[in-house]
Design a protein. Structure first.
Length: 347
């Protein structure tokens, strides 16, 4: 890639940090929720689930999702790969198997050469090949800022569908990737991210959330979602739903990317952090600066948050070993409890 072109300089936000704030999104969707007039629509947009699910005729279901964002890294191929991994994650978070992807591209062709966009597409194509699916087509437009993503379809047997709600009191919470990509993205924009920080975040953002397919086969996995633009606490709030549930988290158990602690100490964070905090603050116990900046850090292609029945804890742990996941995945970061004064408490 032409080293003079730094993709992150061409956008205000970075990766999932460019998402619309939770409060504004809720207002937008207030009158466009899915209705119950479609009997085969098993999962719509009523509960902010990761993807929509449609019942087919053969006992299987179609999972459908779309995700795109502005550059989170400067390298074009890496940007394409991360955007693709992030979009595929929505299918894995439902427990499904992706089968096909369609590209979505916006490009300022008069500012950035089309050859750079070609590299973005190549990175996404190669990532999809790694996932065992084709990037079968797409659509592109001219846009003032570059953005890229995928529309992805997947398949799943209906009993294996896992939603972002469904957690039960007593469930243990596990996280499959460390937190910190939003902090590092903000540092990159300020020119203070170290090579180690950048390498760490790019590695994790490019990792596929394929373990979701295996997790969904465990009866003891009650709920699952991927952590993206609303951060750990924002997506946990969605997992709690509107039922009589709360959550207690142990901040000391949160896995962090290399350099994240240093950035928190310097108060380096993206704008989306405070937008998420403003949304959850009325229902969250008071947070100190570290808990706020880490807990609300917008992740791009973040890990899976999994709610597991305590009776299935060892079975889940053994599965993570079989899948070759790192040791931190087997350490609970908190638990679901019966409703208390605050929906979320971070200890």
């Amino acid at each position: 890639m032409n080293e003079e072109i730094r993709l992150t300089e061409w956008s205000k936000g970075s990766g999932c940090g460019c998402k619309i704030a939770p409060a504004a999104l809720r207002e937008m969707l207030a009158d466009v929720r899915s209705t119950d007039s479609f009997s085969r629509l098993i999962v719509g947009n009523e509960q902010s689930d990761d993807a929509a699910v449609w019942e087919l005729d053969n006992g299987q279901c179609l999972i459908s999702t779309v995700d795109f964002f502005t550059p989170v890294v400067d390298d074009a191929e890496r940007f394409g790969a991360i955007a693709a991994a992030n979009a595929l994650s929505d299918v894995y978070a439902m427990g499904g198997r992706p089968v096909m992807a369609i590209a979505i591209l916006g490009w300022p062709v008069e500012k950035i050469p089309p050859s750079v966009a070609a590299q973005v597409l190549r990175g996404a194509r190669d990532l999809c090949a790694r996932a065992g699916i084709p990037m079968a087509g797409g659509h592109s437009i001219e846009a003032p800022e570059p953005f890229f993503g995928l529309s992805v379809n997947g398949l799943i047997d209906q009993p294996h569908i896992r939603r972002n709600t469904g957690a039960k009191a007593g469930d243990l919470l596990f996280l499959t990737k460390p937190i910190g990509s939003g902090l590092i993205s903000a540092a990159r924009k300020r020119g203070i991210a170290t090579p180690d920080m950048i390498a760490e975040s790019e590695y994790w953002m490019s990792e596929l959330n394929t373990p979701g397919m295996a997790f969904s086969r465990l009866d003891g996995v009650h709920a699952m979602t991927d952590i993206t633009g609303f951060g750990l606490l924002g997506h946990l709030m969605e997992m709690l739903g509107e039922g009589p549930l709360s959550a207690e988290l142990q901040a000391s158990a949160w896995p962090l990317m290399a350099g994240a602690e240093d950035l928190v100490a310097q108060m380096v964070y993206p704008d989306m952090t405070m937008k998420t905090f403003q949304t959850i603050a009325p229902e969250c116990a008071p947070l100190d600066a570290r808990k706020l900046l880490v807990g609300c850090d917008p992740q791009t292609s973040g890990g899976l948050l999994v709610a597991v029945d305590p009776a299935a804890e060892e079975e889940f742990r053994e599965l993570t070993r079989t899948l070759g996941l790192p040791d931190f995945v087997r350490q609970p970061i908190g638990c679901i409890i019966a409703s208390s004064k605050h929906r979320i408490t971070v200890l």
